[in-house]
Design a protein around this ligand. Structure first.
Ligand code: SF4
Length: 329
């Protein structure tokens, strides 16, 4: 039986870090067993915030694909492609825009939130307001039955579903209504205790060498009440512990007890964390070195992925054009 199809994407705005691994990629690698996966480099989405300086988008797109292949996304099973190389995304977004009342977009919680938060970027453009429309096109273009998302993206997906229902109510079964595949997104802070972000420079990247991982882990903020080695601490308020939950599930009891009774020091805990993080990242770094030495391989993955994505997208667009009685050549 053919596998059901899903789509996921990331904006190419820089190298990928541990937040991406634990928040999405680890799950994506697993989903390949169960679904036919389309993984999209969302470079047009990156334009919504990076329109004043696009110089990094192409290089970041290439780097993101190297990161994806390094962690185990498998181009023989999954379609890895770049959004801007499949022009049907723009065509379907334009059509879906006709079915989207502007107040839906203005009310979208992430729209308001990001306008308030991203004070360093000018987001007052039409493209940023219409971001969920392009996202709806990305998903429905591939007849994706589901999308792996975090809780915060539910309103966006709901909007996609409403657009699909509008079209289907008027024109028959034209597009597939996608369901969410909710994945728990662990809250990992940057090593300085602030939100993990490229702009704060506080993330541990998948491509960081071992010494850099060790340097950043040593800087990690711990329980501020644990000033001296003999002070008992509270792992629940410690960033190191939130990382340990991901990489050392077998040692949590030892850490929790040792911290609360001051029988282990923060450096003991960090030493273990550094070992575990490097054990996780070693094979990823090795694969990256292999890919960097063979750029043609990455280019080929994208050529083949873009071609496969175009075929699937064109099949959907033929159906949409026919249903809406739009000219075809
Ligand atoms: S011992 Fe570990 S969990 Fe406790 S405060 Fe130090 S780093 Fe955090």
């Amino acid at each position: 039986m053919a596998k059901k199809r899903i789509l996921s994407g990331m904006r190419p705005t820089g190298r990928l870090h541990l937040g991406h691994w634990f928040g999405a990629l680890e799950n994506w690698v697993r989903l390949q067993d169960e679904y036919e996966c389309f993984f999209m480099v969302a470079d047009w989405h990156a334009l919504t915030s990076e329109w004043q300086d696009t110089s990094q988008i192409k290089e970041s797109s290439y780097q993101i694909v190297i990161d994806w292949l390094s962690v185990g996304l498998d181009p023989t099973r999954s379609t890895i492609f770049v959004q801007s190389q499949v022009k049907q995304h723009a065509e379907l977004a334009l059509i879906l825009g006709m079915f989207t009342p502007v107040p839906w977009l203005e009310r979208c919680p992430t729209y308001k939130e990001q306008i308030d938060q991203m004070t360093t970027k000018d987001l007052s453009n039409f493209g940023f307001l219409g971001y969920p429309v392009l996202q709806a096109a990305d998903i429905t273009l591939y007849d994706a039955v589901a999308v792996p998302i975090g809780e915060d993206q539910i309103p966006h997906l709901e909007m996609t579903r409403e657009m699909v229902r509008r079209i289907n109510n008027l024109y028959g079964q034209v597009l597939v209504e996608p369901q969410p595949i909710l994945s728990p997104t662990p809250r990992l802070l940057g090593f300085d205790g602030r939100k993990m972000s490229k702009s704060y420079g506080n993330a541990i990247y998948l491509s960081d060498p071992p010494e850099e991982v060790a340097r950043k882990a040593k800087l990690m903020v711990t329980d501020p009440a644990r000033v001296r080695r003999e002070d008992p601490g509270n792992p629940d308020v410690c960033s190191v512990f939130s990382y340990q939950k991901q990489v050392s599930p077998d040692k949590l009891e030892w850490i929790d007890k040792g911290c609360r009774t001051a029988t282990i020091g923060c450096m003991d805990d960090k030493k273990l964390l550094i070992e575990r993080l490097n054990a996780l990242l070693d094979p990823i770094r090795a694969k990256r070195r292999e890919l960097e030495a063979n750029p043609r391989l990455v280019e080929r993955v994208l050529e083949e992925g873009n071609a496969r994505a175009r075929d699937a997208a064109e099949a959907t667009m033929r159906r949409v054009r026919k249903a809406l009685k739009i000219f075809e050549d």
